[in-house]
Write a protein that binds this ligand. Structure first.
Ligand code: GAL
Length: 736
C-alpha cells in the first residue's frame, strides 16, 4: 500500500523502478528475518516442521580442514541432523585485536561445509567453553587486563566478552550463516555450564547472568539461544542438560523443548589417567531413555573428539581427545558404537511424527519396567518398552503381546507394532583399532640444550619466586628458575658424606632439577592434584653451586570457579636441609629466570630455524639425555590411512611435523586407574570402564596426512627427560 501511494505521487518510470527495488528488498528482508526457527514444549520447529534433532559435536580445530568433509559426511551417514561446535576464542584471537580465522580456525569454512552436506549447526559461542581446552578457551592475555575477573559481573571482562561475541555474530551474519538468512545455524549458546559457578559466587554471578542473557538476545541472530546446566535461564533462552543421562531433566519453563546438549559418549584422557570407554549399548540406552521421556534434541559430546594439537590441551589433558566417540580420533568409525547409533537414529526418525505430535503415556509394567506410548489422533504411534534392571532380563506383556527385554535396555517399536531396535542388542560388527608399522625410516640428528644457570646473560633476576604464567604469559610451557648456593668449606656434610636434602614445592605441573648442570631428578603432579614436591639428597661442593629448576606447565586449567587465579610454577618453599645451620630457606635469595627453551627461541621446531644450531648424528646421537632436540626427514608412506607416531620409547616432550605442532607427548607417565572388567549394564560414570592401566596414557600421536609431502618431511621432537629416539615409529591406523 505504501508503495502504491508513492507511485501515484511520482509518475516517472525511474522513480517507479526504484520503489519496486525497495519493495523487493523489504520483502526479502522481512521474509528472511521472520523467525523460521522456533520451538514449543515438544520440539524445535524449523520452517513449520517440528523436529526431533539428532546432533553431534565436532570441534573444528581438533581436526584439519582436509578431514572436515569426510567427518561431516560420516556424521550425516550416521543419521545426524546437526553438528555442534564451540567457538575457540584463544585460537581466534591469539593476541589482542589480532585475529586468526585460517586453517583449523576457519570457522566460516567449517560451517559452510556443514551446510553443503545439508546439516544444521548449533554454535556454542561461549566464549567460555571448558572443553578440556587450554584456559577454557580464554586467551591468556585476557587475564592481564587490569581489574580482570573472569565470568562474573566485572566490567573489563564483560566488555571483552561482548566484543568477541559480537565479532562472531557479525561474522555469521555477514556470511549469511544464521538460518533465517539462509544459513545452517539454527541455535546458539551463550556461556557454558554457568549454573554451578553462579551458585558458588552468588549475587555478582546472578547479575552477570542477567547481563549476558540480555547481551546475547540483543544481537538479534534470529535463532534461539540456549544455556546449558543453568536453572535460572531467563526467558526466552532455553536451559538444557549435560551428562551421561538426562531423561529426568525438566526445563525451567514448561513451554521449552527438553534438550540434552552434551550426552557424553565416553570421557577425556588425562596424562597419568586411564582411557575411558562407554559401551554402544549404554550410549544408545541413554538416548532412548531421553527420547521416550519427551526429549526433543540430543547431542553426542563428542561425535568426533579428535586431537588437541600443539598446546591447545587443558591442564594435564592428553593430546588425544578421542573420547571413545562414534568416530575415533583419526576419523574412522568406532564400531560397534557408530553403527549401533546409526541404527537407533533410523528408528527415531521412523518414530519422529509420533514423537512430535503427542506426549508419552507411561504404564508401569513391573518394578523396573515401563511402556511409553506416543500416539495421537492423527495416526502415528510409537512405543518404547524399557527395562532398567541392571542384571535381569524381563518378559513383559503389553497390548496382549509378549516381549523379552534384555537387562538395562529399551526396545523401540516406531509404529507401535514392529520391534525395530533394542538398545542392548548390537548387530553392528565391532572393529578393533590397529597400529601398523609403516616401516618409514628416520635418520636422526640431535642437539642437546645447555642447562641454564643464574649467571647467564639472557636471564633476569628477582629476590622472589614468581608465578610461572605471570612470567611466561603462556608463550612457552617452560620456565627456568635458577639460583646459586654457596657452601662453606666447613660444612659438616662435606666430611660426613651425608648429602643435604633439597626440597622444592611447586604449584605444578612438572619439574626437572639440575645440580651444577647435571640432571638430578624430576617430579610431577596430576589433574586431581597439580602440585608437586621434589625432595632428594643433592651433591654439593664447597664453594658456589648452581641449582637449576626447569618448571613445565602442561596446559592451563579449563574449569573451576575463578580458575584464572590459580597458580603454576615454583612458588616455594625451596629449602636445603642438613647444613651446619640446619635448614636454609632459598625462597628469598636471588633467583634468575629464563622463559622457554633456547631451542624454542632459535625456532628449532620450524623449517626456517632448524639449521641455526649444529646437529650431531651417528655415534654422537644423544640417547636418554634430557633437554634434547631431535630431527629427522622422512618420506610419506603410501596409501591414505591415517598416521601416528608411536612414542613409547620416549619420556616427555613435544612433537612437530613440517613446523606443525602435533602436541605434547608424555609416555613416561603411566595410567593410574582400576581397569577391572566392566559390563554395559548399570549406571555409567566416568570411572566405570577404564582401560590402559599401567600403560602410558597415550602412546600414539596423530600426524594428519595433509601435513605431509611425498618426501622430505621434517619431524622434530623435543625430549625433556630422556628417551630412545631410535624407537619412534610411524604407524598407520586401521580398524578391522
Ligand atoms: C562439560 C563441559 C564440556 C566438557 C565436558 C567434559 O561439563 O561443558 O565442555 O568439558 O564437561 O568433557
Amino acid at each position: 500500500m505504501l508503495i502504491m501511494r508513492v507511485m501515484k505521487r511520482n509518475n516517472s518510470r525511474s522513480h517507479c523502478g526504484v520503489w519496486v527495488l525497495v519493495l523487493l528488498f523489504c520483502l526479502q528482508w522481512f521474509g528472511s528475518a521472520r523467525a523460521r526457527v522456533s520451538y514449543d514444549d515438544k520440539a524445535f520447529i524449523i520452517n513449520g516442521r517440528r523436529r526431533i534433532l539428532i546432533s553431534g559435536s565436532i570441534h573444528y580445530p581438533r581436526s584439519t580442514p582436509q578431514m572436515w568433509p569426510d567427518l561431516i559426511q560420516k556424521a550425516k551417514d550416521g543419521g545426524l541432523d546437526v553438528i555442534q561446535t564451540y567457538v575457540f576464542w584463544n585460537g581466534h584471537e591469539p593476541s589482542p585485536g589480532q585475529y586468526n580465522f585460517e586453517g583449523r580456525y576457519d570457522l566460516v569454512h567449517f560451517i559452510k561445509l556443514v551446510q553443503q552436506a545439508g546439516l544444521y549447526v548449533h554454535l556454542r559461542i561461549g566464549p567460555y567453553v571448558c572443553a578440556e581446552w587450554n584456559f577454557g578457551g580464554f586467551p591468556v592475555w585476557l587475564k592481564y587486563i587490569p581489574g580482570m575477573e573472569f565470568r562474573t559481573d566485572n566490567e573489563p571482562f564483560k566488555a571483552a566478552m561482548q566484543g568477541f561475541v559480537e565479532k562472531i555474530v557479525n561474522m555469521m551474519k555477514s556470511e549469511k550463516l544464521f538460518e533465517p538468512l539462509g544459513g545452517p545455524i539454527i541455535m546458539n549458546q551463550i556461556e557454558n555450564e554457568y549454573g554451578p559457578v553462579e551458585w558458588a559466587i552468588g549475587e555478582p554471578g546472578k547479575r552477570y547472568t542477567q547481563w549476558f542473557s540480555k547481551m546475547a538476545l540483543g544481537l538479534n541472530t534470529g535463532v534461539p539461544w540456549i544455556m546449558c546446566k543453568q536453572e535460572d535461564t531467563p526467558y526466552p533462552i532455553i536451559d538444557t542438560c549435560n551428562g551421561f543421562y538426562c531423561e529426568n531433566f525438566r526445563p525451567n519453563n514448561p513451554s521449552n523443548p527438553k534438550m540434552f546438549t552434551e550426552l557424553w559418549t565416553g570421557w577425556y584422557t588425562e596424562f597419568g589417567g586411564p582411557v575411558h570407554v562407554r559401551s554402544a549399548e549404554d550410549t544408545a540406552f541413554a538416548v532412548a531413555r531421553f527420547i521416550q521421556n519427551n526429549g526433543s534434541f540430543f547431542n553426542y559430546y563428542m561425535y568426533h573428539g579428535g586431537t588437541n594439537f600443539d598446546r591447545t590441551a587443558g591442564r594435564f589433558i592428553a593430546t588425544s581427545y578421542d573420547y571413545d566417540a562414534p568416530l575415533d580420533e583419526y576419523g574412522l568409525p568406532n564400531e560397534p558404537k557408530y553403527g549401533h547409533l546409526t541404527e537407533l537414529h533410523k528408528v527415531i526418525k521412523q518414530a519422529e511424527q509420533a514423537l512430535v505430535s503427542s506426549y508419552p503415556t507411561v504404564t508401569w509394567l513391573g518394578k523396573n519396567q515401563e511402556a511409553h506410548v506416543f500416539s495421537s489422533k492423527s495416526g502415528p504411534c510409537a512405543l518404547f518398552l524399557s527395562n532398567y534392571d541392571p542384571q535381569y532380563s524381563a518378559t513383559i506383556t503389553f497390548w496382549n503381546k509378549q516381549y523379552v527385554l534384555p537387562p538395562w535396555s529399551v526396545s523401540i517399536l516406531p509404529d507401535c507394532k514392529t520391534l525395530a531396535f533394542n538398545t542392548a542388542t548390537v548387530t553392528s560388527r565391532s572393529s578393533e583399532p590397529r597400529m601398523i608399522n609403516t616401516g618409514s625410516r628416520f635418520y636422526w640428528q640431535s642437539y642437546t640444550e645447555e642447562v641454564i644457570s643464574a649467571d647467564q646473560s639472557d636471564t633476569f633476576a628477582a629476590n622472589v619466586l614468581w608465578e610461572q604464567v605471570n612470567v611466561t604469559r603462556d608463550s612457552s610451557d617452560y620456565l627456568w628458575y635458577t639460583t646459586d648456593v654457596y657452601i662453606a668449606s666447613n660444612e659438616g656434610f662435606l666430611k660426613s658424606g651425608k648429602d643435604p636434602i633439597l626440597t622444592v614445592m611447586s604449584a605444578g605441573h612438572a619439574l626437572q632439577v639440575f645440580i651444577n648442570g647435571k640432571p638430578w631428578g624430576n617430579a610431577y603432579g596430576s589433574l586431581e592434584n597439580p602440585r608437586l614436591t621434589y625432595s632428594a639428597n643433592v651433591k654439593l661442593n664447597a664453594g658456589n653451586n648452581k641449582i637449576s629448576l626447569l618448571s613445565a606447565s602442561v596446559g592451563l586449567a579449563n574449569v573451576g570457579t575463578h580458575y584464572e587465579s590459580w597458580s603454576t610454577g615454583v612458588l616455594g618453599p625451596v629449602t636445603l636441609s642438613g647444613l651446619n645451620e640446619g635448614t636454609r630457606d632459598l625462597k628469598y635469595q636471588k633467583w634468575s629466570y629464563k622463559v622457554g627453551l633456547s631451542g624454542e627461541s632459535k625456532n628449532l621446531n620450524t623449517l626456517g630455524g632448524i639449521s641455526s644450531v649444529e646437529w650431531v648424528q651417528g655415534l654422537f646421537l644423544a640417547k636418554e639425555q634430557p633437554l634434547t632436540w631431535y630431527q629427522a626427514t622422512f618420506d610419506a608412506p603410501g596409501g591414505n590411512e591415517p598416521l601416528a607416531l608411536d612414542m613409547s620409547s620416549m619420556g616427555k616432550g613435544r612433537i612437530w611435523v613440517n613446523g606443525e605442532g602435533v602436541g605434547r607427548y608424555w609416555t613416561k607417565n603411566t595410567a593410574r586407574g582400576s581397569c577391572s572388567k566392566c559390563g554395559y549394564a548399570g549406571t555409567y560414570t566416568a570411572t566405570k570402564c577404564e582401560t590402559n592401566c599401567g600403560q602410558p596414557s597415550q602412546t600414539w600421536y596423530h600426524v594428519p596426512r595433509s601435513w605431509l609431502k611425498r618426501s622430505g618431511n621434517v619431524l622434530v621432537v623435543f625430549e625433556e627427560w630422556g628417551g630412545d629416539v631410535t624407537g619412534i615409529r610411524l604407524v598407520s591406523r586401521t580398524r578391522t
